[in-house]
Design a protein around this ligand. Structure first.
Ligand code: MG
Length: 166
């Protein structure tokens, strides 16, 4: 078994959709970034890469690459999962905390959990989504940015490791 930690922050700005965990969230502003800036999918992807010892999302999907401009971040997650699966890794559980002063995430937490479970290919009870405000201090509390932390546990059945002679 391996554990991985992911963290990401994106600035909030005008004229951008707000995507969190692959879910479109109604808000007056959205996250700014080279891709669709889905801070949750970026943190989860980084957690998976970390668990498997594969570097970080910047190595895998450089933001200088025009191919990823306004790109759907679920592609990063799907491709990373496929890489892990090829090496025999499966996801055990995923725990995510989203830091946002606004919008209120209570009403969308369940939808984000459902979508993450779908994207990762695990049961919903293997995914947890928590939401925190920034207590009105710092860049989160002033609603200048949204951040996300993700922790993932992956495992590789011993039969697979045995077959590979690992
Ligand atoms: Mg990012």
């Amino acid at each position: 078994m391996r554990v991985g930690l992911g963290h990401d922050t994106h600035r909030l700005g005008e004229n951008r959709p707000l995507l969190l965990g692959g879910v479109r969230v109604e808000h007056t502003r959205g996250l700014i970034g080279h891709s669709d800036a889905d801070v949750v999918l970026h943190a989860v992807t980084d957690a998976l890469l970390g668990a498997a010892g594969l570097g970080d999302i910047g190595d895998a999907y450089p933001d200088a690459d025009p191919a990823w401009r306004d790109g759907d971040s679920s592609l990063f997650l799907r491709e990373t999962l496929a890489r892990l699966n090829r090496d025999g890794w499966g996801v055990v559980n995923l725990d995510v905390t989203i830091f946002a002063q606004e919008p209120k995430l209570g009403p969308v937490k369940a939808a984000i959990r459902r979508r993450l479970a779908e994207l990762v290919g695990v049961d919903e009870d293997c995914v947890n989504v928590k939401a925190k405000t920034g207590e009105k201090v710092g860049h989160i509390g002033r609603a200048e940015a949204i951040a996300c932390q993700a922790v993932v546990l992956i495992d590789r059945p011993t039969t697979f490791a045995g077959e590979r002679g690992v």
